[in-house]
Design a protein around this ligand. Structure first.
Ligand code: GLU
Length: 310
């Protein structure tokens, strides 16, 4: 067994025994029913080795991690023009906050807060019916993960459609500024369905490989995005991927990462690894409590922090 395989197993064992696991998200009703005792970890290294531990093959709701794939898709469609409709600064506010939008003329701070992700969904919707736009994103994610079995959990999508009043408010508010161009319910439909994509840690870590390989699907493989775009997406994940706890995540883990309220985190060690972790209990900022701790352990033991000496 390699050192890394042993480390991944050790981290999963340590996490399994910890009693303080955070709180599962309850504002999306189906997520409230998930067992907080679950824990999965998958590390895919640059040479293609895959290390799995715990519930790494169990699909969960990726929620805001989908914002990474949706942003990549939108940049492919409109390129740099995207930045006239969404900023790229950390917000310092919770994921679903509306407060900055009035002062900043309806332009969300970044594509990873809900307001920014709604604008990205609106860009992906252009020229399509919502069903086609979401189908395109699902195909993209399946391609990135090399896995045709990835699906959308319709129960989660419908629950958010029925209860996502903050997101409904954000979309309508931005429609008033013209940042959202379609009927808000259509843009919201795309957004809720992308958040309801279900993936396992293994599928997520595989889908993140292009961000470890400078935009390539695999070494010597097809180009998914230009190298500069991969660097920039990683930069946004580092600075904005954990909402108002992004600074703390950079401090503790030191890797580009994107969390979701389903308890998943995708983290990238550029040139080294694509990592996905899942533990449904969240901390006060809405990020996976044990997922963050597990990544902290992994980054400490491997020296993969982007701030470490080479
Ligand atoms: N679908 C969730 C929402 O819009 C995503 C939030 C998250 O994962 O941080 O509230």
């Amino acid at each position: 067994m390699t050192d890394l395989a042993r480390l991944v197993g050790d981290i999963a064992r340590e996490m399994a025994d910890l009693p303080e696991r955070g709180e599962v998200a309850t504002y999306i009703p189906p997520l409230a029913a998930i067992d907080p005792g679950r824990f999965g970890l998958c590390v895919v290294t640059a040479d293609g080795a895959i290390h799995l531990a715990g519930d790494a093959l169990e699909p969960f709701s990726i929620q805001s991690i989908s914002k990474v794939f949706a942003l990549t898709q939108a940049l492919g469609k409109v390129g740099e023009a995207l930045w006239s409709r969404v900023g790229r600064e950390p917000s310092g506010t919770p994921f679903n906050s509306i407060v900055q939008l009035e002062r900043e003329q309806g332009i969300p701070r970044n594509p990873f807060i809900n307001a920014g992700a709604l604008v990205v969904a609106d860009i992906n919707l252009a020229g399509h019916a919502p069903r086609v736009a979401i189908g395109e994103l699902l195909r993209f994610v399946r391609h990135l993960a090399d896995d045709e079995s990835i699906v959308i959990d319709e129960i989660v999508a419908r629950a958010e459609q029925a209860t996502g009043f903050r997101n409904i408010a954000l979309a309508n508010y931005m429609k008033a500024f013209g940042t959202i161009r379609h009927a808000p319910e259509l843009t919201l439909g795309v957004y809720f369905h992308q958040c309801a994509i279900a993936m396992s840690c293994r599928q997520l870590a595989m889908a993140g490989r292009f961000l470890m390989h400078g935009g390539l699907h695999a070494p010597g493989g097809a180009r998914i995005v230009p190298a500069r775009r991969a660097r920039r997406i990683n930069a946004l994940m580092l600075t904005c991927g954990h909402y108002d706890a992004s600074g703390d995540f950079a401090f503790r883990v030191g890797l580009p990462g994107k969390s979701g309220v389903g308890g998943g985190i995708l983290a990238i060690a550029p040139g080294k690894a694509s990592i996905a972790v899942w533990s449904p209990g969240l901390n006060a900022s809405g990020n996976s409590q044990l997922g963050t701790l597990a990544l902290e352990r992994l980054a400490d033991a491997t020296g993969w922090s982007v701030f470490a000496e080479a």
